[in-house]
Design a protein around this ligand. Structure first.
Ligand code: ACO
Length: 422
């Protein structure tokens, strides 16, 4: 069978035959047929806007790989700091490279005192931590002269390092500010996840990060580090394509993540389980979903139509966390809901399975994070993915400034009407 598609323009009789490579149809064929013709594709449902070597996702078979490595192996055997290196530089680091990378990240975790004292103190006392996070990421760029030198590879790496190192500091600062708690400085003796947990929770000298929680945090960071061309990453690429500095582009990506259709679903799961209240109410709730009165939050995915491999890993991590924190009382309702849904033809026929958010909210809650912090917890590791895509974009000769076309549906030309005549 020929790996080509032939299209005939019935208006002109002109024909083009184009090769299909990797399941992708080049839109340049349409321009060849008629340069004034555009493809209408709201939400980019059928559009591949770039080539990418970073993340492979096969939704039909529940496959997720970073740079070729299965997510299951990375979650089991790697660390977030190593995964960030892998995403950014394409290969797993050697022992020497990993030590150097860890040292560099650890030694860039502090933020300028003015960031905290002048910038953050300007927010209202009950500011949402994600709103503070988004603004702080954009503001951070104003502290570094080289931020705009995006053509300079060494400068690019410097800003990448700063963003990876400082996002946990900014995240913890956003939370502490929203609680009226004093800021905790980074501790260079701790690992990446332990340092974050310490900045979040230490009050006085008696707090020690539990190794099981440190590992669970690391796994959650690994699972959320990248997910190819999602809404936030697309925002990163679109803003980055104008050659804005990476702090501004990452702030745009974080703003996209802030939306409830993107990074906010785990919060909705916890609210839904709270609303259900007890196991006895599960069947009635499932019936109401089947009648079209709302959705089962944490179920279904635009791309995964078999299972979300991240959900399986998170479910296991949840039990490790509950060993330390005690079981989240919402767990039994979640398990009952999963049992009912997975054996019901409504969910089976529509290929609705638990997604990454079904269990992550329960873990976060058991670890003490308020729901307002859930999206911030997502943004910390996703910064590595955003920056990997930003770098790939800037070094891709196919890429230009993002500038989609539109299908104009407004009025035809008409004459201005004076105010007195309207
Ligand atoms: N509960 C009940 N029914 C559902 C659900 C759900 N969670 N999700 C989809 N359906 C049904 C729809 O009603 C529709 O049924 P119909 O064919 O009878 O009309 C069918 O399944 C297909 O649904 P679509 O909306 O077309 O699927 P889409 O791929 O557009 O939506 C989405 C994917 C947004 C994730 C959806 O499944 C959903 O809303 N899930 C709940 C929210 C959620 O958990 N989001 C987190 C996603 S993971 C992440 O972003 C990190």
């Amino acid at each position: 069978m020929a790996e080509t598609i032939t299209i005939t323009d019935d208006r002109t009789g002109k024909t083009v035959t184009v090769p299909i490579e990797g399941g992708v149809f080049p839109s340049s064929a349409i321009r060849e047929l008629d340069p004034s013709l555009f493809v209408y594709d709201p939400a980019y449902m059928s559009t591949a806007a770039c080539r990418s070597d970073i993340t492979y996702l096969d939704g039909a078979n529940g496959v997720l790989r970073y740079r070729g490595y299965p997510i299951e192996q990375l979650a089991d055997r790697s660390s977030f700091i190593e995964v960030a290196y892998l995403l950014l530089y394409g290969e797993l680091p050697t022992p020497i490279q990993l030590e150097q990378w860890k040292y560099n990240v650890t030694h860039h975790t502090f933020i300028h005192e003015n960031m905290r004292k002048r910038f953050v103190d300007g927010f209202h006392y009950d500011a949402h931590p994600m709103g503070v996070f988004v603004s702080a990421i954009a503001a951070l760029g104003t502290f570094y002269e080289g931020a705009k030198e995006i053509e300079d590879e060494a400068q690019r790496h410097k800003q990448i390092l700063r963003l990876i190192a400082k996002t946990p500091t900014i995240a913890a600062m956003s939370y502490r500010f929203s609680q009226g708690l004093p800021f905790n400085y980074p501790d260079n003796d701790l690992s990446y996840p332990a340092n974050f947990l310490n900045m979040m929770w230490q009050v006085g000298k008696d707090y020690h990060v539990d190794p099981a929680l440190e590992r669970a945090m690391d796994i959650l960071f690994i699972l959320h580090a990248d997910h190819e061309q999602n809404c936030g990453t697309t925002a990163m690429r679109v803003v980055g394509s104008s050659h804005a500095d990476p702090y501004s582009a990452a702030a745009a990506a974080a703003s996209a993540l802030y939306g409830p259709l993107h990074g906010g679903a785990n919060e909705a799961v916890v609210r839904m389980l709270d609303e259900i209240g007890s196991i006895e109410n599960v069947p009635a709730f499932v019936d109401s979903v089947k009648r079209g009165e709302g959705r089962l939050m944490g179920f279904g995915h635009r791309v995964y139509k078999n299972y979300d491999p991240r959900a399986t890993i998170i479910k296991k991590a949840a039990y490790d966390v509950f060993e330390v924190t005690g079981k989240n009382p919402l767990l039994d309702i979640a398990l009952a809901l999963e049992d009912v849904a997975l054996s019901d033809s409504y969910f089976i026929d529509r290929k609705l399975y638990p997604n990454v958010d079904f269990y992550s909210g329960l873990i976060y809650q058991a670890m003490g994070f308020p729901v307002e912090m859930f999206t911030v917890l997502f943004a910390i590791p996703r910064t590595a993915g955003w920056l990997a895509h930003w770098q790939e974009l800037l070094t891709d000769p196919d890429q230009k400034i993002s500038r989609p076309r539109q299908w104009y549906t407004g009025p035809d030309e008409r004459d201005y009407v004076a105010l007195t005549d309207r």
